[in-house]
Write a protein of this length. Structure first.
Length: 30
């Protein structure tokens, strides 16, 4: 889930990734 407005949700190879300017907001699922 995106934490802030700058978080971007991207789906790659069945994985859900959150990319953000804040390193603490980076997440990977799947």
């Amino acid at each position: 889930k995106p934490i802030c407005e700058k978080c971007k949700v991207i789906k790659r190879n069945g994985k859900v990734m959150v990319i953000c300017q804040n390193p603490k907001h980076k997440q990977t699922q799947g």
